[in-house]
Write a protein that binds this ligand. Structure first.
Ligand code: PMP
Ligand code: GLN
Length: 386
């Protein structure tokens, strides 16, 4: 397809993301924004002081291409403590501009024209464009937003000789589902059997509820050996605007990853890297996050319990899905827009996370908000006219 300017779009099906659109609609209608996923609260004053300290210490020029060494060392230590897998800071850890860059570069590193990539949907919105820009072909394993477990037989049936990689996201955006040990074992089995690479998005690793663990791909040696593990400090430290993330991968994969990373951003914000490195020294700074969000999840669930939405308490992330299939036939995009305008609460229609326009009559609410905001939103949601 040719645009007026004569540029042939590389992403003809893509428009502005649903997150941007719903945030704009919320702003236009002064609605409470439970749509785009970002915390309403600020990061810790201690972390802010560390940024100030390193800016004043003159850590304001380019960081090394792979990231400042103290941060890479701090990540290696942290990941070793939780998974017993030792990533080498020199050759296996790269600091990136958020998980978004880590994911994009990991995909670009391994996907050649015609390669197939297994993608579970609903899926986070950045994966498919990154695959397609590299000439890859996303092959979808479609799950209902209320799915309880993955049908590994169905995954297996989608694998062909062209399958190069599989995308993983646990805890999952938008469903909040957390992979169990069996899922990771099945993944490891298939990846080995068919010689697949894995790109694992674990940005919500520290937001897991009801005593369930987050099981990282790093904790399974055969997986760690073929995985690009993408993480972010945005969710963990309430700093989504810093766009500070990382990619952990065996050295042979990291070498190729860095060849692309160096030409996408070269390196990322220096003082923030020093600040986060120092802040990571205290594990309580991230280990307290699950209980912090579990209380908010429970409060939000209690507050909207009698609205008629059907909800399974989310297992992880800061998203709660709510189905209204028993209340109305309205399309989820139409409903999300109507609720923003009429009752003043913005959400994300879950159909946006599917390749084909599908309507599962489910909305995603972000509960990374102040208690008072959540209670006001719950009050408003009681006013829905179905
Ligand atoms: N993956 C998932 C599943 C996400 O929800 C997000 C952002 N919300 C990202 C990746 C991107 O992370 P970052 O902001 O660090 O780029
Ligand atoms: N990851 C956030 C969400 O799921 C949004 C990030 C973005 O706006 N790109 O809501």
């Amino acid at each position: 397809m040719f645009l007026k300017s004569g540029i042939r779009s590389k992403l003809p099906r893509v428009g502005t993301t649903i997150f941007t659109r719903m945030s704009k609609l919320a702003e236009d209608h002064q609605a409470i924004n439970l749509a785009q996923g970002f915390p309403e609260f600020d990061c810790s004053p201690d972390l802010q002081k560390l940024v100030d300290k390193y800016v004043r210490l003159g850590k304001n020029q380019y960081a090394p291409m792979a990231g400042v060494m103290v941060l890479r060392e701090a990540i290696a230590e942290k990941v070793f403590a939780s998974t017993s897998h030792q990533y080498h800071p020199e050759t296996e850890i790269t600091i990136t501009s958020g998980a978004t860059e880590a994911l994009f570069v990991a995909i670009s590193t391994i996907i050649h024209a015609g390669d197939e990539v297994i993608v579970f949907e609903p899926t986070y919105d950045s994966y498919v464009p990154a695959i397609e820009l590299n000439g890859g072909i996303p092959v979808f394993v479609t799950l209902d937003p209320q799915y309880e477990s993955i049908d590994w037989g169905a995954v297996c049936s989608r694998i062909t000789p062209q399958t190069r990689a599989i995308m993983v996201n646990t805890p999952h955006n938008p469903t909040g589902n957390v992979w169990k040990l069996n899922d990771l074992q099945q993944l490891a089995h298939l990846a080995e059997k068919y010689d697949l690479l894995v790109i694992s998005d674990e940005v919500y690793e520290h937001i897991v509820f009801d005593g369930q663990p987050h099981i990282s791909t790093a904790s399974i040696p055969s997986l760690a050996a073929r995985t690009f593990l993408c993480g972010s400090f945005g969710k963990t430290f309430h700093t989504t605007g810093w766009k500070l993330g990382y990619c952990l991968a065996p050295s042979a994969l990291t070498t190729e990853f860095r060849k692309i990373h160096q030409y996408v951003v070269f390196s990322v914000v220096t003082p923030l890297q020093f600040a986060v490195a120092e802040y990571l020294a205290e594990p309580a700074h991230y280990l307290s996050l699950s209980s912090f969000y579990e209380r908010k999840r429970n409060m939000f669930l209690d507050a909207i319990n009698d609205t008629g939405f059907a909800m399974r308490p989310t297992e992880g992330s800061f998203f709660q899905n709510a189905s209204y299939s028993n209340l109305s036939d309205e399309n989820d995009r139409v409903l999300a827009e109507r609720l923003t305008k009429e009752v003043g609460v913005a959400s994300i229609p879950v159909s946006s996370f599917y390749n084909e326009i599908t309507d599962f009559k489910t909305l995603r609410f972000c509960f990374a908000k102040n208690d008072e905001t959540l209670l006001r939103a719950a009050d408003a949601l009681h006013k829905i006219v179905w």
